[in-house]
Design a protein around this ligand. Sequence first.
Ligand code: HEC
Ligand code: HEC
Length: 289
Amino acid sequence: MADNKEVDQISGTETTGHEWDGIKELNTPLPRWWLWTFYATCLWALAYWIVMPAWPLISSHTTGLIGYSSRAQLAKSVAEAREAQGAFLDRIEAASLEQIVADQELLEFAMAGGGSAFAVNCSQCHGSGAAGFVGYPNLNDDDWIWGGDLEAISHTIHFGIRSDHDETRFNEMPAYGRDELLTPEEINDVAEYVLSLSGSGEDAAAAARGEVTFAEQCSACHMESGEGDYELGAPNLTDAIWLYGGDKAAVVDTIANSRAGMMPAWTGRLDEATIKQLAIYVHSLGGGE
Ligand code: HEC
Ligand code: HEC
């Protein structure tokens, strides 16, 4: 092949000696600019290997002359952010909830901090927008089980509900069906009465019978009016907002088998400044009292 090399008559360029059906391949030299760029990138790569961390070793890597590390860089910016926040966190720690809310600067800081702590610790159960799921209350509305002022919310977050903390919020609704405290007919009637409280019952005669049972069995916790009680964590049954669903089957199931929602205690798990920011954040979501 090499012997076939010849100079092309028209372009004056040497051919490679390859020929297909009379068409010959020119051996045009690479353009200067391309070659120089190529050499420059080679030099750049060499310099980079020497200056920056580059080659993997068995259990580490070459660190390079300037010892750059993105991990160290990150640790540094985190430490800087901590320091910048430190002054705020100290003030939040020292202030009462009311004082924080009254101070625009602290309030903004607490709202941002509370929002991100909520996303990390609370959104699994309450939803990322805090709208809740069946059994996990919506924290955006003004319907509270255990109270919606700053103090009550803070208490709930600190100690939890039916949690393993000694000071947990606690109350137990009896399982009227499972423990045979009421007959299925009585449960049906009192369920009709509960539904009628929010205007959704269908059987007025049953509801009238259920009203008697309600006064005897349920009003101790849910109050005579059915509006519930924060101290006892007994939900308001008159507002058409349901933790466990407001169709007949769900209400019958609640009365027959009871419910016992569980929320963990956060004191000890989160620091005091974080719990304060969370209480302020939750309080601000729409229904704070
Ligand atoms: C493991 C699930 C779970 C996690 C995580 C959780 N909660 Fe709850 N939370 C619940 C349940 C369940 C209830 C309702 C308990 C009941 O039935 O009384 C509740 C109730 C509440 C209440 C009381 C609502 C009311 O109406 O009185 C507040 C306030 C609250 N949670 C805030 C938070 C905050 C803030 C966090 C994050 C630090 C959090 N929760 C994390 C499950 C959870
Ligand atoms: C000892 C107190 C107590 C008594 C008595 C009691 N309850 Fe309850 N009830 C509760 C508590 C506490 C809850 C909330 C459970 C939870 O949050 O997991 C509840 C929840 C409910 C719910 C669910 C509300 C919702 O939003 O989904 C209904 C319905 C209900 N009760 C009806 C009744 C009826 C009817 C009776 C009487 C037959 C009764 N309760 C008696 C304490 C009580």
